[in-house]
Ligand binder design. Sequence first.
Ligand SMILES: NC(=O)c1ccc[n+]([C@@H]2O[C@H](COP(=O)([O-])OP(=O)(O)OC[C@H]3O[C@@H](n4cnc5c(N)ncnc54)[C@H](O)[C@@H]3O)[C@@H](O)[C@H]2O)c1
Length: 384
Amino acid sequence: MKPVRVGIVGMGNIGKHHASYLRAGQAPQCELVAVCSTSPDKLEAYKPLALYSDPLALFKSGQIDAALIATPHYQHTTLGIAALEAGLHIMVEKPISAHKADAERLVAAAHAHPNQVFAAMFQLRTEPRYLKIQSLLKNAELGRLTRVNWINTDWFRTEAYYSSGGWRATWKGEGGGVLLNQALHNLDTVHWLFGAPSRVRAFCKLGGYHSIEVEDEVTAYLEWPGGATGVFVTSTSEVPGTNRLEICGTRGRLVLENDRLTFTRTESDVLEFSRAAKTGFGKPDMWNIEVPFTNAPAQHATLMQNFGEAIRDGKPLLTPGADGVGSVELANAMLYSSLTAQTVEFPLDSSVYEAKLNELIRDSKFEKKVEAIVNDDFAKSFRR
Ligand SMILES: NC(=O)c1ccc[n+]([C@@H]2O[C@H](COP(=O)([O-])OP(=O)(O)OC[C@H]3O[C@@H](n4cnc5c(N)ncnc54)[C@H](O)[C@@H]3O)[C@@H](O)[C@H]2O)c1
């Protein structure tokens, strides 16, 4: 069977990366046939592929079966819907939209086109380390989940990064900062592993350490319906930064840090032990398990290959697009909690949040400085 003909829309950092592995044949179910950017200077290098400066012309061209939307976030919704309406399958970059109301619009459009595949680029879901955690949770190896703590502060970004695009780190162009861009990957992982929380209270620093108007440091407290609590901390301002995910249950603790996953397992259920113990300071016996894992070889290519297989063979998607609402909602809820100094209950009212975001856009006095970066090593931004 012929591979799926793919066109990429948005040839910036990530668009170029997608083009590079697709052209190298790393996702053989997908053939890159066209690229599209509103910056024409980004296109010449891709000849003899079909080149487009207007995404709608590409969608209607008949040259592609699927669009990979890799533009700034707000356009994920508008272009995603336009591509679906033109009869195309879509792979949308993260976040699937800048806010929950837009994400719902995109998901509704996908539901209206049930024979077209809608996937989202959440490449951390291909990482064996998270798949191992998912399997341990599924098998209740940790007993009942009690606490999650993710310190996720190794997303350092410089002033030059923020100045590199007019849309970046503005309410109007991006709709948020570290939550919606860098840590969105981790919020997707939180939502995928633990489900939607019941409430969140967060504290965000807006332009705390950079000349930006959106958040660059966040501390959030979460509660889940099952009673577990959590803390999620993220920042683009720290060096060296930390990436430590700690998951506690009534049968022990899992820690993912420095490329190691360790499971300290208790011999018995901690709460049962506590209730039965006749002395005050005893603890259940414990043992340490080093959980082995490899690294995913080519995260983005794996998801594009899966996308192609879903279109061609009906294979289940690793990252269904509709799942993307969860991480957008988490990011929006954290920001809303901080902006309004209140605890936010889930589900977040998407129209209330959209109104708040529009207010931020309307009231913005921020003057954005834009300066292109030449020859940056974008692959350094990928994380596990
Ligand atoms: N999955 C990942 O690993 C990953 C990594 C980086 C970025 N991203 C996501 O990809 C998106 C783009 O990020 P980036 O860093 O590549 O941005 P970028 O600014 O480097 O590139 C965006 C490109 O889109 C083009 N563009 C804007 N509007 C367009 C339109 N209507 N039609 C066609 N082209 C248009 C711009 O000209 C620009 O070249 C963001 O949503 C970001 O969150 C994902």
